[in-house]
Structure formats: C-alpha cells, structure tokens
Design a protein around this ligand. Structure first.
Ligand code: FAD
Length: 326
C-alpha cells in the first residue's frame, strides 16, 4: 500500500490525514486518542504540520514518534524552508531519519502574518530545493564522520541511516496566492517532481472541477506523480472564515451562507461533513488516487466522511472478511 495508487486488493482508495502539533499537555493527550482512532481507518500515512521557523519542531517530533511507537501508521513530517538554513535543514532531516521517520512533505512555508513575503528565507528558498536536500542528505558528510572521532557518528553509522521513502510536495489547484498564473502552478509542481518528489498533496479546494482540471493540466505538462486531493470537512462558520484567511481559497457562497444561518452546531457539522463527502465522491469518480483529509486534530468529522463514502474502518473490516472468505 503506497498511497500512490488506487488502493490494495479491495480497491479501496488510499486515505491519509493531516494533524498539527498540540500546544498544551491536555491537547497532547487528546491528540493521542485522536491518532488511535484515525489509525483504525488504516491510513497510508498521517502527516504532521511544522510551524514555519521551527517553532513546533519538538512538538511535531513528539507526535511523529507517538505514531511510530504506538501505531502501525506511517508518520509523515512536514518541513519548511522558512526559518531554516540549508545546514539546519540538513541536520533536521538527519534527526528525523535517525528517529525512523522516512516520509516528508517538503514545503516553502509561509512567513508570519504581515511580514515581508521572503521573511525567514535564507539560503534555502523553494520546496524543490528542499526535496533535493532530503534526497541528498545521505551523501553529505557529517563533521568528523570520515576521521571517525570516538563518540561521533562514523561512516558505518551513516550507511545505516534509513533512506527517505515518501517525499511529498504541495500543489495548488486554484493557484498559489503569489503565483503569476495557472501555468506557474503547474510548472512549480513539475519542478518539484524533477527534484525528486514522488507524491503531491493539494491545498483545499471546494469544487471537484478545480482539482480535476488541475490534474489534467499537470498531466499534459508532464507531471506523473500521484496528486492526492486535500479535503476538509468544515464544521463551523468561524473555522471556514479562518481557513479562507489562511489559504486565500474562496469558499462557495452557498456553504458559507448555510453555515452562517444555521444556529445548531450539530446541523452545522452535518453541512460541512455532507459537503466534504460529496466533494470526495466527485473527485474519486474522476479517478483521484485517494483522499488526504485535513482533520483539525479531530477524528469525528473525517471518519464520518469516510463512512459515508463506504471506505471507513468498518467497511474495511467487512471487505477484508469477504476477501479472506472468498
Ligand atoms: P514552492 O513550491 O516553493 O512555491 C509555491 C509557489 O509560491 C510558486 O508557485 C510561486 O507561485 C510562489 N513563490 C515561491 N517563491 C516565490 C518568490 N520568490 N516570488 C514569488 N512567488 C514565489 N506551511 C507551513 O508553514 N507549515 C506546514 O506544515 C504546511 N503544510 C502545508 C501542507 C499542504 C498540503 C499545503 C498545500 C500547504 C502547506 N503549508 C504549510 C503552506 C505552504 O508552506 C505555503 O502555501 C507556501 O506559500 C508555499 O509552499 P510550497 O511548498 O508550495 O512552495
């Protein structure tokens, strides 16, 4: 199961999730339970965001380690160029590999709100360069490695470090906010594939045609890697407003209005889940290789989406039983 094709023996599309590192001990505890529940859906991987500038580095690593130690789920570490020099990013990738994390989502990252767009960028300034760095990290010598100073890593230990396996990148079906136009969005993705990316994950979008049209343009331009659609069930009007601010992707007016005028929180959640399930069904019908679900650190809504599509944890168990019995 690679998360890069349409699924395994039961033809179930690959499913993956995104989490962010918790900010408090209580949130960390709750997140452990969320991860356990998400793991029941047998995701291809769960990715953990990285605060640009490295502010969340230790908390991200703790969540990724939890997955390695307590679940069978493949952890994927987001990494950003913002706030990191080439040398620092090298060290960080080594640290992740040494911890057993071999999947990465290489990103440029965003500067803090209101800052200059290039703030925090040093000698590593695009996701494509970060992809190359991740692949090359093994080739670059650690200080003193060759001379074998006692207590420091030697050449043999470098050879034993696991290799990066999944190196994912971001893609923008409705255009990156700073992009000059649709062609640049496709060209940037192609450059990331040429640099060594083997998976793309999209920014949120609200219409299946945005995703399907982008994939068609990317294929026409020579992009061959799987492009996973990123989908989020948005269960409150406040969250929709915040997401729009963060991503710059305009939501459909009908969803915005329906969420605003619906007073009951449960009915609001239902609106968001139903919208996400319809969108997910439409992109799967259009041959999307799987679904990448943004969880907002809650399992309920995303698992509900999978159940409605007939690809939740229970459906998986039934499928497995049918396959074994056949
Ligand atoms: P790149 O591929 O390097 O560039 C993307 C686009 O940026 C280009 O097409 C171009 O339009 C524009 N651009 C880049 N450089 C310039 C320049 N010098 N001048 C003008 N335009 C330029 N951010 C985080 O901080 N942490 C995360 O964990 C995180 N996770 C994400 C996960 C996903 C799935 C997605 C889609 C985004 C995520 N982001 C995250 C946000 C991401 O870092 C930003 O959208 C960032 O602006 C672009 O990153 P990129 O990797 O696509 O950059």
């Amino acid at each position: 199961e690679t998360g890069q094709d349409a699924g395994g023996a039961d033809c179930r599309p690959s499913v993956s999730f995104e989490l962010f590192p918790p900010r408090t001990d209580a949130a960390a505890l709750a997140l452990g339970r969320t991860i356990d529940r998400l793991a029941e859906a047998d995701p291809a991987f769960i990715s953990v965001t990285f605060g640009a500038g490295g502010s969340s580095r230790d908390r991200s690593l703790t969540v990724l380690r939890y997955m390695l130690e307590h679940t069978d789920v493949e952890p994927m570490a987001h990494l950003t160029c913002v706030g990191s020099s080439h040398a620092e990013a090298n060290r960080l990738v080594r640290e992740f590999l040494d911890a057993g994390i071999t999947s990465f989502l290489a990103l440029r990252g965003d500067p803090p709100e209101g800052a200059d767009p290039d703030a925090g960028i040093r000698d590593l300034d695009s996701a494509a360069e970060l992809v190359q760095l991740i692949h090359r990290v093994q080739e670059e010598r650690e200080p003193f490695a060759q001379v074998g100073i006692p207590g420091l890593p030697g050449v043999s230990q470098i050879g034993e470090r696991p290799r990066p396996e999944r190196v994912a990148v971001a893609a923008f079906p409705t255009g990156h906010p700073r992009s000059r136009g649709p062609a640049q969005d496709v060209d940037t993705l192609l450059a990331k594939e040429i640099a060594g990316a083997n998976l793309a994950i999209t920014q949120l979008f609200w219409h299946a045609d945005d995703y399907l049209g982008f994939v068609a343009r990317a294929r026409a331009a020579g992009v061959t890697i799987p492009i996973l659609p990123g989908i989020m069930p948005v269960t409150t009007p406040a969250r929709l407003r915040r997401l729009t601010e963060l991503t710059g992707v305009e939501p459909p007016a009908e969803l915005e209005i329906d969420l605003e005028i619906e007073p009951d929180p449960e009915a609001q959640a239902e609106l968001g889940i139903a919208y996400a399930a319809r969108l997910a069904a439409d992109v799967l019908d259009g041959d999307a290789p799987g679904l990448h679900l943004y969880t907002f650190n809650r399992h309920e809504a995303v698992l509900d989406v999978l159940d409605r599509l007939g690809i939740g944890a229970n459906d998986r168990l039934v499928n497995e039983r049918n396959t074994t019995e056949r």
